[in-house]
Design a protein around this ligand. Structure first.
Ligand SMILES: [Ca+2]
Ligand SMILES: [Ca+2]
Ligand SMILES: [Ca+2]
Length: 284
């Protein structure tokens, strides 16, 4: 495995995780979806796309066109959507990209992972376009305002993502983002979301002995994995989301986190031994 030296001022997840284990002396495989760092937890309960709490996201919008417009908010209580949701209202926002960012984290040890999950629902049956989202390294060019007619901040991003055609029936693709441009790696699934049902999606990126593994889940169904054996990045600070349809997609309940690896994964990097020593010290 490649050694990952953290950049100055950046979080190296491995160190954080070891610290968390030492402090809590508690480790359960069930902790996969909660963990030491929640980077974004945004159900839009503040009624806005602005950051009004520590884990809420500040959403910014980017479009290649100067005529681009922002996504907006709309109430949608189709559970688990609830209250305020973020909507692509179509029109000038059709090709607008929604962006949320956090302090950069780095996958520093085998088994470390970062994942994003959210709920999505089209307000009308989509017939064109695709949902795309990715976890990226901004390469130091973060956003501080909306950007219409200028996509420079995203044009150097590297990362990994998910692509699903709105109207093609089944199938999806994992994406590799290099300098802002996606390459698609087509996969099969049995889920058609050319409808107005709510769908829950998860994308997980895990550092393994062979590279960065992409895993996705739709509506509780785990999809096939894919591994990039020549990783584009180990660091992530940006969520990028787009849907170039006219179906007024609503999204809600964004969770971006770096949970604790499972016990099995920890065995490969020695952290379990550290944990065991702490346990014995505290419970002689
Ligand atoms: Ca908000
Ligand atoms: Ca909500
Ligand atoms: Ca960038």
């Amino acid at each position: 495995m490649t050694a990952h030296t953290s950049k100055h001022g950046k979080t190296t997840f491995m160190g954080t995780m070891t610290l968390a284990l030492s402090l809590t002396a508690s480790l359960a495989p069930a902790a996969l979806t909660t963990g030491p760092q929640v980077l974004i937890n945004d159900p839009f309960a503040d009624g806005s796309l602005n950051k009004t709490g520590a884990q809420y996201a500040q959403w910014y919008f980017v479009n290649t066109s100067t005529a681009g417009t922002s996504w907006n908010t709309v109430t949608d209580n189709t559970a688990p959507l609830s209250g305020t949701t973020m909507q692509n209202p179509a029109g000038g926002a059709n090709n607008t990209i929604a962006v949320a960012q956090w302090n950069q984290v780095t996958l520093g040890g085998i088994g470390n992972f970062i994942q994003v999950s959210f709920d999505l629902r089209n307000n009308s049956t989509p017939t064109v376009g695709a949902v795309q989202f990715s976890l990226c390294d901004s390469q130091g060019t973060s956003l501080s305002a909306n950007s219409f007619g200028n996509t420079a901040t995203l044009d150097n991003d590297n990362g990994y993502g998910f692509y699903k055609n709105n109207a093609a029936g089944t199938g999806f693709a994992y994406t590799e983002i290099l300098n802002g441009l996606p390459t698609h790696f087509s996969q099969t699934d049995t889920i058609n979301w050319a409808n107005t049902n709510v769908h829950h999606v998860i994308l997980r990126l895990t550092l393994t002995a062979t590279g960065v593994q992409q895993d996705a889940e739709i509506d509780g169904i785990a999809l096939a994995s894919r591994t990039d054996t020549t990783p584009l990045t180990y660091s992530f600070d940006t969520l990028v989301l787009s849907d170039n349809a006219s179906s007024q997609v609503r999204v809600d309940n964004f969770l971006v986190s770096v949970p604790e690896p499972s016990v099995g994964l920890l065995l490969g990097c020695g952290a379990l031994a550290v944990w065991g020593r702490k346990r014995r010290r505290q419970h002689p």
